[in-house]
Design a protein around this ligand. Structure first.
Ligand code: BGC
Length: 759
């Protein structure tokens, strides 16, 4: 999957010769969506957004309020991620590039790869996962597909924009390890492997510093460590005054502020407040982007044929992203697929989402779809049995409607099976605000109870962007399909899976918790007074539930199929250079239908000296098998997914020792494992007088010398240093030995010892 888009041009000729005012001018937009054309630097258009093109023609805004040109609405990231299919995501990226090219758009504002820290995050539907490996792998595919089509990506929202509440101000206060191992990890992978043309600087602050002012994030880490060579663009309206941002490494302020900040930049350079070089470098980067993007322009049109082709891809993506959460039996048969479950009478379809599907989220990613598939229409078309429809409830928040309820219950009672569409309405989740609970509206649960009272065979289809509390739904419904948000082809995708034309293979990319109170960020979300403490540390998503051994409703990685798979013994070996690990396993289709299995590789380091989650996703792959077929699948685990961030030395380290790779069908359905020893690297932290006795005793070169010195302290030549004595004294800093020995051990003696230890 690793792919480097060749830099078509880093042509910045002539820019240093432009006037300061022109160079400053290149650092901000000419309007809401375009950069300026200055000299021979062309203007380019940047626009939203990750799952479809939102090119506005009339009014402009960053909240999806004014209308935009028709474009294919692919599944939003939350839905698409459930495919666990980088190849498919890459094809979606390529289709987006075609539509952007046809509309003369040079940069598409996506992908959004922020981690779903809390299931309440209002914009979780725009993000891939609670897991950084998965978000990184899918984001890499998306950027690759898009940029291979000559359109630049804008990797967003960099960084730690994990909530909507107070998003333009709040500080995400996070420790170094979760910062590196969880929150920056997907960004790093995508920058290193797919080389996005731009990265979008988020609104929020990190550890008290607004990201737009953070040289550490925008320059030291992004460019210094990850070799990013593109443009850092502000999120729309993230920058007020630009001076500190330019100094930190921000290149392009969007949208236009009418030239106010450009003028401030010129003045600041003239009076020595801002380094002119920083302005020139930013102008050069914007120039290189504009020239590269212009050179990559292609003549295409979004004609009827392309509209059809992309709709077909949207349908395929939707069907592949459906997760079958539950499929119990009735009369010895699974409820789903409907066609095979022995339905002879009618099918009662219930719930307004069947007729008017919920298929995308609100805000800046809101796409004007070319068409919308209705699940109800497609079910009518495809099922041999008669299909009835009743709304059962409304989505306008007006509560229980007894008339609608009675109709739905009557239909359900007279049918062979009831398919009940439940979910969240658009006003319950959107960019700009977070949710406050995980519940489905009470009128929907009331309807489900009433339907279940008259009909045993109930299938629930869920439409929602954020995770839901499924406790009662799971108790009532023998079958549940999680349709998340599936884009304009979602209706077809749902019908395909319900009827059995497609065997579901989607898997959850976010844990569905048993209770909101069990979730990792519960006590620190959304923070207060402008600060959010990421107190759960590394334990985000399934890492938390596994470490605390908590029951969940449906685990990360879960998803059923209409067939069954068996795994053989797992094999694994370190790469020749000892860095990564390659594992293989045979998978067999042991059921009666062709199907696809997503195999997930989780790593544990049981003897680790570091704080670690019990298991961490480090790779995945998939295999499609006919009934009775067996195939071997190979999964490579990259060194970057095995390392931890060592705060003592401020870098990633591959810890030496035994790694256990578990292969599973979900994070809690592990089918086999293999142990692999990695040489890794020892970390040598220089000893100081602040080091503890325990730390000093871990350095073989000083053990004897230390014994002698301590002999001076105990007066028995160190013989009295039994195991317990060492344990008791292990946490005493070395310089304190001077005091405790009453001066018998001297500072000089210790310093000599340190010199020896550190040499
Ligand atoms: C959003 C970005 C979006 C931008 C432009 C902002 O409000 O956070 O994701 O790309 O607006 O619409």
């Amino acid at each position: 999957m690793t792919h480097h888009t060749p830099s078509t041009t880093d042509d910045t000729t002539g820019i240093a010769a432009l006037s300061l005012a022109d160079r400053a001018g290149l650092g901000s937009g000419r309007n809401f969506w375009q950069t300026k054309d200055i000299g021979d630097v062309p203007s380019i258009t940047l626009t939203d957004g990750p799952h479809g093109l939102r090119k506005q023609t009339g009014g402009v805004d960053h909240l999806g309020l004014s209308s935009s040109v028709p474009a294919t609405c692919f599944p939003p990231a939350a839905g698409l991620s459930q495919s666990w299919d980088p190849g498919l995501v890459e094809r979606v990226g390529a289709a987006l590039a075609e539509e952007a090219q046809a509309e003369d758009v040079q940069v598409l504002l996506g992908p959004g790869v922020n981690i779903k820290r809390s299931p309440l995050g209002g914009r979780n539907f725009e993000y891939y996962s609670e897991d950084p490996h998965l978000a990184g792998a899918l984001g890499t595919a998306w950027v690759t597909g898009l940029q291979d089509g000559g359109v630049g990506a804008s990797l967003k929202h960099f960084a730690l924009n994990n909530q909507e509440h107070d998003r333009m101000r709040a500080s995400s206060d996070v420790d170094p390890r979760p910062l590196r191992e969880i929150y920056l990890r997907a960004f790093r992978k995508i920058v290193e492997d797919a080389r996005p043309w731009t990265v979008m600087c988020s609104y929020n602050a990190v550890n008290g510093v607004p990201v737009r002012h953070s040289r550490e994030l925008l320059t030291d880490i992004l460019r210094g460590e990850w070799s990013f060579d593109g443009v850092v663009v502000s999120d729309w309206g993230a920058v007020g005054g630009r001076l500190r941002s330019v100094a930190a490494g921000l290149d392009l302020q969007m949208p236009s502020d009418g030239g106010t900040a450009d003028a401030e930049v010129v003045t600041a350079v003239s009076n020595g407040q801002l380094d002119e070089d920083a302005v020139t470098v930013a102008a050069e980067r914007v120039t290189a982007l504009a020239r590269r993007a212009t050179a990559a322009r292609r003549e295409t049109s979004f004609d009827d044929e392309t509209v059809e082709k992309h709709h077909a891809l949207a349908r395929e993506a939707a069907a592949r992203s459906v997760v079958l959460l539950k499929n119990d039996g009735a009369d010895g048969r699974h409820i789903l697929p409907i066609a095979a479950s022995g339905v002879t009478g009618s099918v009662a379809v219930i719930g307004p989402f069947a007729e008017t599907p919920r298929y995308q989220g609100g805000g800046s990613s809101h796409v004007n779809p070319t068409r919308i598939d209705s699940p109800l229409e497609l079910l009518k078309e495809r099922l041999a049995a008669p299909v009835t429809y009743a709304a059962g409830f409304t989505t306008d928040g007006s509560g229980r409607d007894s008339g609608l309820l009675a109709e739905a219950v009557e239909d359900a009672a007279n049918a062979d099976i009831a398919v009940v569409f439940l979910g969240l309405s658009p006003d319950q989740e959107s960019e700009g605000f977070d949710r406050t609970d995980l519940s489905l509206p009470p009128e929907q649960l009331g309807l489900l109870r009433a339907v279940r009272a008259v009909q045993e065979r109930v299938v629930v289809v869920l439409s929602h962007g954020g995770a839901l509390d499924l406790g009662e739904v799971s108790d009532l419904a023998p079958a549940i399909l999680d349709a998340n948000l599936l884009g304009q082809g979602g209706g077809a995708g749902i019908a395909d899976v319900l009827t059995g034309e497609v065997n579901p293979s989607g898997k959850l990319t976010e844990t569905l918790p048993a209770r909101l109170a069990d979730t990792p960020a519960y006590l620190d979300f959304p923070g207060e007074h402008g600060h959010v403490r990421y107190s759960e540390g590394l334990f985000v998503g399934y890492r938390w539930y596994d470490a605390r051994n908590l029951r969940v409703a449906y685990p990360f990685g879960h998803g059923l199929s209409y067939t069954t798979f068996e795994y053989d013994e797992v094999f694994g070996q370190p790469d020749d250079d000892g860095d990564g690990i390659t594992v293989t396993v045979g998978v067999s289709n042991t059921g009666r239908r062709a199907g696809r299995e997503v195999v997930q590789a989780y790593v544990s380091v049981p003897d680790s000296d570091q704080v670690r989650a019990p298991r961490v996703l480090a790779g995945f792959g998939s295999v499609t098998l006919e009934p009775g077929e067996r195939e071997e699948i190979e999964i490579h685990l990259d060194r970057r997914d095995l390392e931890y961030w060592d705060v003592r030395v401020g870098r990633f380290v591959l810890e030496p020792g035994r790694y256990v790779v578990h292969l599973g069908s979900s994070s809690r359905d592990l089918r086999g494992s293999v142990e692999v020893d990695l040489e890794g690297e020892e970390v040598h932290v220089p000893l100081t007088l602040e080091s503890t006795l325990g730390e000093a005793l871990a350095v073989p070169a000083v053990v004897d010398a230390l014994g002698d010195v301590l002999g001076g302290m105990t007066g028995d030549g160190g013989d009295g240093l039994g195991v317990d004595m060492v344990k008791m004294m292990a946490s005493i800093p070395l310089d304190r030995i001077i005091t405790f020995s009453g001066g018998a051990v001297t500072r000089e003696q210790l310093e000599e010892l340190l010199e020896k230890a550190n040499s």
